[in-house]
Write a protein that binds this ligand. Structure first.
Ligand code: ATP
Length: 260
């Protein structure tokens, strides 16, 4: 079943066509990569999918319903969550609070219970703490739950950002360079976590990544963007040997390519 369908999506900034007539389809439960050289338009696609930018042309449908024109928070409520190229956490909140904030959007208690501190509020809070701790366990952050987010090392901040995006219980998770700045050991751990999450939650994942070992290692399908256009789509094996892709990466051996 198709979860997300992107049709003829374009975005211009003045005279620059950052994204040009992009078509994409994501099936439920797929783990798909979006790659391309620097400036190819990958983050702009994410910004279009999440309502940060409005398309110049084209449509984006989630479960066959257009989400174009919706605000980012409305799109998040409909089931799309993301992480950012530059980590965005609530630095002065604890690790657990960062995750609980995302659960609040789906809280079972109403505003009245929260304001009046009715029993439902406390039960809701307990449930969220419990769920948050379970999620932190998956990302091996449980022992850091009371630390301020800003005090975590870089690799752990990245994992916390993913945990927080997942706490919103999205159907579609968009990861923007999740392994950026990680060392090979941290990247390998992250790959395992992404695989685990995908297998154990009913989740579809689209990820932008310059680390080709990661992309080729975990994605089932890959879309390649170059100058705003999709130049190839296929399995990792197909993409590795695709002539247009090799040219776009200027002849680099793309299985070892690293971008910015
Ligand atoms: N808000 C904006 N205003 C003007 N131009 C923009 C804006 N956002 C992106 N661009 C331009 O659109 C093009 C695509 O940028 P984008 O950040 O989407 O590429 P990318 O593939 O994510 O690159 P990278 O791998 O370097 O992160 C670039 O030429 C960029 O300068």
């Amino acid at each position: 079943m198709i979860l997300l369908s992107v049709n003829h999506l374009s975005k211009s900034f003045g005279g620059l066509k950052a994204v040009s007539a992009v078509n994409m389809e994501l099936r439920m439960g797929e783990l798909v990569g979006l790659i391309g050289p620097n400036g190819a338009g990958k983050t702009t696609v994410f910004n279009l999918l999440t309502g940060v930018y409005q398309p110049t042309e084209g449509d984006i449908a989630l479960r066959r319903q257009s989400i174009v024109g919706l605000k980012p928070w409305q799109i998040n409520q409909r089931g799309i969550a993301r992480t950012f190229q530059n980590i965005r956490l609530f630095n002065n909140l604890t690790v657990l609070e960062n995750v609980k904030i995302a659960y609040h959007q789906h809280a079972s208690y109403g505003i009245a219970s929260a304001i009046l501190r009715l029993p439902g509020f406390y039960k809701g809070e307990d449930d969220m703490s419990q769920k948050g701790i379970e999620l932190l366990k998956i990302f091996k952050l449980e022992h850091k739950k009371d630390e301020l987010a800003k005090n975590l090392p870089y690799g752990e901040q990245r994992r916390l950002e993913i945990a927080r995006a997942m706490a919103a219980q999205p159907q579609l998770l968009l990861l923007d360079e999740p392994a950026a700045g990680m060392n090979p050991q941290e990247t390998a751990e992250l790959m395992d976590m992404i695989r685990w999450v995908r297998q154990n939650f009913d989740m579809t994942i689209l990820l932008i990544e310059h680390d080709m070992a990661l992309v080729m290692g975990i994605c089932e399908r890959i879309y390649v963007l170059d100058y705003g256009q999709i130049i190839a789509e296929g399995t990792p094996a197909e993409i590795k040997s695709n002539r247009k892709v090799i040219e776009a990466y200027l002849g680099e051996d793309i299985s070892h390519a690293h971008g910015s």
